[in-house]
Design a protein around this ligand. Structure first.
Ligand code: DSN
Length: 422
């Protein structure tokens, strides 16, 4: 058995599932994992996630629950809240949202009504489905107005944000997204939201760990509401939080429960508390800055190899590469890279002429490889493997792809991950 913590009971009770868990642990160890929204959590976070806290229902909030037996759960949730407040410097934190999409929905429920105008970044420009994209409930039940990036720079067009906000007067403005390689200007968004009379929601899901570690400016003091997942750069379990100023706290709590959710996932809350404890340590600041250093080094190495990066580079953990000049779509490139041991996702790029299921780009992030201990010195090698894999895919050369997968495994053998022992 190689999964850590070991899973002997699962192996005995359900060898089929246990085998798949073991396979996934090994897969995570043998791949260069560049999916920008993923990471490796610590053993401590894994243990909290797999604890008996999963057995307990706790609808309500600490001291005001609808079920008995909350002597310890209340303490767990309160610790998570206090750690979130201290780490991010916010007045209020709700740690119950099941994940990022429900967290964003809570902002709608708290501050808008169906049919109201809301504003967010267009999905192909880097926004999230729940920022009002048409196929999402948020795009169907509200009247979405979308801003984007400038074609010349690949950066958010704040003039457009202001014009649209003043013209349409949205109830909510979302700042943030899933494919934004540059610093988000929260003060500028705040000024626009104030002028338009909107609540500013900073969705920091991707950059929460960078904000916590001082490697990206904080939205605190600019956005009244801050939503985030807990499992990306923040390196916690799959979950989410909403942080607010004092004036918006009550409405958010009411929207999360009873507005949208039933009982919180207490095992996740405990793991969030553990991750927040880890993020408060000085070494997490080093980690956050190392993520950015790795991303910048990878960007530079890819540019040297003729790759076209949206916005020309990165300020954070994320790179968006337009493969048009390499004459391969994002999807076949991502599939070939996966076979070569380099895991990432195909992604639309701004003004993409191709369809979202077969777009022009790939998205890369450095949170997971930084957790693993890879450094800027490794990035030219990773860029070389990416370049070779894409050329091999274009030439249908599976032998070359297999060779790269072997080289990747050889490098990674020296960089163990939490969750797996070889
Ligand atoms: N799926 C997440 C991401 O990959 O960015 C966002 O929801």
């Amino acid at each position: 058995m190689t999964h850590q913590p070991a899973i002997p009971e699962l192996t005995a009770a359900d060898p089929q599932i246990a085998g798949l868990v073991e396979d996934e642990a090994r897969r995570q160890a043998e791949k260069i994992r560049l999916i920008a929204s993923e990471n490796y959590v610590s053993q401590a976070v894994l243990e909290a996630t797999g604890s008996v806290l999963t057995n307990k229902y706790s609808e309500g909030y600490a001291g005001k629950r609808y079920y008995e037996g909350q002597q310890f759960i209340d303490q767990v949730e309160q610790i998570a809240i206090e750690r979130a407040k201290a780490l991010f410097g916010v007045d209020h934190a709700n740690v119950q949202p099941y994940s990022g999409s429900p967290a964003n929905l809570a902002a709608y429920l708290a501050f808008a009504s169906p049919g109201d105008t809301v504003m967010g970044m267009a999905l192909p420009d880097g926004g999230h489905l729940t920022h009002g994209w048409s196929v999402s409930a948020t795009g169907k039940w509200f009247n979405p107005v979308r801003y984007g990036v400038r074609k010349e720079t690949g950066r958010v067009d704040l003039d457009q944000v202001r014009e649209l906000a003043l013209e349409h007067r949205p109830k909510l403005i979302f700042a943030g997204g899933t494919a934004i390689p540059r610093t988000i200007d929260f003060p500028a968004f705040a000024e626009i939201a104030k002028e338009a009379g909107a609540v500013l929601v900073a969705d920091i899901a991707h950059i929460a760990g960078l904000v916590a570690g001082g490697a990206h400016p904080s939205p605190v003091g600019h956005a009244q509401v801050i939503t985030t997942t807990t499992h990306k750069t923040l390196r916690g379990p799959r979950g989410a939080m909403i942080m607010t100023d004092a004036d918006h706290a009550k409405a958010i709590d009411k929207a999360v429960f009873p507005g949208l959710q039933g009982g919180p996932h207490n095992h996740t809350t405990a793991a969030i508390a553990v991750a927040l404890g880890e993020a408060a340590k000085p070494e997490f600041r080093d980690y956050a800055h190392a993520i950015v250093a790795n991303a910048k080094a990878l960007a530079e190495a890819l540019i040297e190899r003729g790759f076209d990066l949206v916005s020309g580079g990165t300020d954070n953990h994320l790179l968006l590469v337009d493969l048009t000049s390499k004459q391969i779509g994002g999807k076949p490139a991502a599939q070939a890279l996966d076979r070569a041991g380099i895991e990432l996702n195909y992604n639309t790029v701004p003004f993409d002429p191709r369809k979202p299921f077969d777009p022009s780009g790939i998205r890369l992030g450095t949170a997971a490889i930084t957790t693993r201990g890879l450094t800027p010195e490794h990035q030219p090698q990773i860029a070389e493997w990416i370049d070779r894999s894409i050329a091999a895919a274009a030439a249908n050369d599976e032998d070359a792809i297999n060779k790269i997968a072997g080289e990747v495994r050889d490098l990674l053998a020296a960089y163990p991950i939490p969750g797996y022992r070889a």
